[in-house]
Design a protein around this ligand. Structure first.
Ligand code: ADP
Ligand code: 5GP
Length: 188
């Protein structure tokens, strides 16, 4: 059966496992594009500039906004994040599907530009598990944890606006569900 390259948006609260799920799907389907976003956030230990994100100063981010280089950008938690048009175009021009792992404001903005984009929301099995995962990742201070949990409450209340919802309880099952969802929309 023929496949059509599609644009997928994956959103969900911080710590739900978006990054983990997307990287597992890409191990199985390396051709799927994952554009590198730009951010004004400081790198976490182990993050590499140009691989995890393009880490920009506020002035550099402003300059790229001004130059019209972003497909979308948003203030998320306490920093700015944006999808660079050139990164998305590079993937789509290869004829490969693209996954944007971006927040829900970004998802809604992408939908305005690409009405065929498929918006996928990743749910935690419960609120307590979400808090445990976010703490367990060991990347957040108490302050940044509480900012992320506030954002998470707002995101969960809007999850019904997404096309597909996947609960990330058992990792292997959730990876399979994400993979199946991608294949279903590619062959639709
Ligand atoms: P996000 O990208 O949504 O912020 P991460 O992918 O960084 O989340 O995952 C947050 C933490 O939860 C990580 O420590 C990760 O290993 C763990 N995690 C992800 N998915 C699962 C799962 N299904 N079961 C248990 N732990 C998980
Ligand atoms: P983190 O700081 O944990 O890497 O990411 C925080 C949030 O920013 C996550 O919800 C992530 O999906 C979102 N994000 C990452 N890149 C982008 C982007 O390019 N655009 C938007 N709108 N959100 C992004």
């Amino acid at each position: 059966m023929g496949r059509t390259a599609r644009l997928f948006v994956v959103s969900g609260p911080a710590g739900v496992g978006k990054g983990t799920l997307v990287s597992k799907v890409r191990e199985r389907r390396p051709s799927i594009g994952l554009p590198v976003s730009a951010t004004t956030r400081k790198p976490r230990p182990g993050e590499i500039d140009g691989v995890s994100y393009h880490f920009l100063s506020n002035d550099e981010f402003d300059a790229r906004v001004e130059a019209g280089e972003f497909l979308e950008w948003a203030q998320v938690h306490t920093n700015r994040y944006g999808t660079l048009k050139c990164e998305v175009d590079a993937c789509l021009s290869r004829g490969d599907s693209v996954i944007l792992e971006i927040d829900m404001q970004g998802g809604q903005n992408v939908r305005k530009i690409y009405p065929d984009a498929v918006l996928i929301f990743i749910d935690p099995p419960s609120w307590d598990v979400l808090v445990q995962r976010l703490r367990g990742r060991g990347t957040e201070t108490e302050e940044s944890l509480s900012v992320r949990l506030k954002t998470a409450e707002r995101e969960l209340a809007l999850a019904h606006t997404y096309d597909v919802r996947i609960v990330n309880d058992d990792l292997e099952e959730a990876v399979c569900e994400l993979e199946r969802t991608i294949e279903t929309f590619e062959t639709e």
